[in-house]
Design a protein. Structure first.
Length: 248
């Protein structure tokens, strides 16, 4: 309820990672009830269904997509264009059964190595596709880079700058630059919204702000917030400045 009245532009109900496997059927029913009974105002409302490789995915989509208030299906762990095409055709069939004033959209998470390797073809897969989120948590697990705090920088990703007569300096890099830049480029090439994923240490507001600024500089137009304290920072960092508006 707090999220509905809060300053976030878009909200999603989660049936996937935030829910224990033995409670995902229950969570689906609760999401349907919330979509039917709560006043969501003008917010964009999505449901993150379970991935297509799970036992829950099909029924997740069938049940939440029949809710008139739903705006988008949020599909995790997308790896091929066919994943998006399948969901597109399923939604088309449901809309023939119950026509909607506005077709349902699809947002996806790129959070596997195969997904990033095929992100351009995924971005071109469906006119329903509206945005792509880079999911750093599952991606870093699959990459096996041993990160434990997802979204923040890693001091191991650094080089030593050596110059004769000067002390060595350690320069940090951004280990996610390639993945973020490729995701943003694919989105802009096909008219989609690039959205950066979560910053897990929600107590580190300076780190979250820096993460927003990094994403904005790479062409992203928003970032997930997993705690209310992050929303105002994201809104501030992704709102165009007056000077930028004047220049445009």
């Amino acid at each position: 309820m707090k999220a509905i009245s809060g300053p976030a532009d878009s909200l999603f109900l989660d049936l996937e990672d935030a829910v224990a496997p033995n409670r995902r059927v229950e969570a689906r029913a609760q999401a349907v009830k919330a979509l039917q009974e709560l006043d969501w105002g003008e917010k964009i409302v999505s449901v993150r269904v379970n991935g297509l490789g799970t036992v829950w995915a099909l029924q997740d989509i069938l049940e939440v997509a029949r809710c008139p208030r739903l705006d988008m299906i949020l599909l995790p762990k997308v790896e091929t264009a066919e994943d998006v095409i399948f969901v597109d055709r399923l939604l088309t069939a449901l809309e023939l059964e119950a026509p909607r004033a506005r077709p349902l959209g699809i947002e996806i998470l790129i959070e596997t190595t195969k997904g990033l390797a095929t992100v351009e073809s995924i971005a071109a897969a469906s006119p329903r596709l509206e945005g792509i989120i880079f999911g750093v948590g599952d991606y870093s697990i699959e990459l096996e880079n041993f990160d434990t705090v997802f979204g923040s920088s890693n001091p191991d990703y650094a080089v030593l700058a050596r110059e004769e007569g000067r002390a060595e300096e350690r320069h940090w890099g951004d280990q996610w630059h390639f993945a973020l830049a490729r995701t943003a480029n694919a989105c802009r090439a096909y008219g989609l919204r690039p959205i950066d994923g979560p910053y897990a240490n929600y107590g580190d507001q300076d780190g979250y702000r820096a993460s927003c600024q990094r994403a904005r500089a790479l062409g992203f137009e928003g970032k997930w917030a997993i705690h209310p304290s992050q929303v105002s920072i994201a809104n501030a960092e992704f709102t165009p400045r007056q000077g930028q508006i004047d220049w445009a």
